[in-house]
Ligand binder design. Structure first.
Ligand SMILES: CC(C)(COP(=O)(O)OP(=O)(O)OC[C@H]1O[C@@H](n2cnc3c(N)ncnc32)[C@H](O)[C@@H]1OP(=O)(O)O)[C@@H](O)C(=O)NCCC(=O)NCCS
Length: 172
């Protein structure tokens, strides 16, 4: 993961986020520019990008609602996957949520999204429940939760700050 840094996303990054959606998701799963603009504008949102040489290769959005928080989106460019970039983004999000006073983080993920489920599991999320047909007929959601964020150490907190050295309508 050498050369990857995290930084805060701004409205100037909207085109890069839309491009990440295009390469990172099937058409039916993609968020629109409007959806990402909403994330960038949201006062309770924490949006960070993974960047290599000024190229955006990953993104995450977290809703901070202490004592809870929600992982809204994470995506990594397919050509940069399996290098720990999502793991770093998710841990940074967990650190940011803890710093904001959240004790837990929830997320929804499609029941057959094995890569994301494995990634979240490695980051400490456990399945809480499931929501049938959350993403449409036959496309169920697992609800996963990470607990005890207040017990996190500051080991990963370097990625949680603003200047780090950091399908429509549904989460996940
Ligand atoms: C899910 C996703 C974000 C993971 O990004 P990533 O940067 O490749 O993830 P990491 O490299 O941090 O992987 C961490 C661990 O997750 C698991 N994992 C990741 N991708 C996997 C895959 N395709 N198959 C099985 N396990 C996988 C592995 O345990 C991995 O650790 P390892 O590489 O040491 O074995 C990426 O596949 C992606 O962007 N998918 C499309 C968007 C999406 O589905 N987002 C989630 C819902 S919003």
């Amino acid at each position: 993961m050498t050369g990857v840094s995290l930084r805060e996303a701004t409205t100037d990054d909207l085109a890069a986020l839309v491009e990440l959606e295009r390469v990172g998701f099937d058409a039916a799963e993609r968020w629109s520019s409007t959806s990402w603009a909403g994330e960038l504008d949201g006062a309770d949102r924490w949006v960070r990008l993974a960047v290599i040489d000024d190229t955006v290769v990953g993104a995450i959005s977290v809703q901070l609602l202490p004592p809870a928080s929600d992982l809204m989106r994470v995506v990594v460019d397919p050509v940069r996957r399996r290098r720990g970039i999502a793991t770093r983004l998710v841990h940074a999000g967990l650190d940011a949520a803890a710093a904001a006073g959240a004790t837990r983080m929830l997320l929804e993920v499609r029941h057959d999204n094995d890569a994301a489920i494995a990634c979240y599991g490695r980051a400490g999320f456990e399945q809480l429940t499931a929501r049938e047909n959350y993403y449409g007929a036959g496309r169920h959601a697992l609800v996963m939760r990470a607990w005890d964020l207040h017990l996190r150490t500051t080991a990963g907190a370097r990625d949680a700050g603003a200047q780090d050295a950091g399908a429509e309508g549904v989460r996940g």
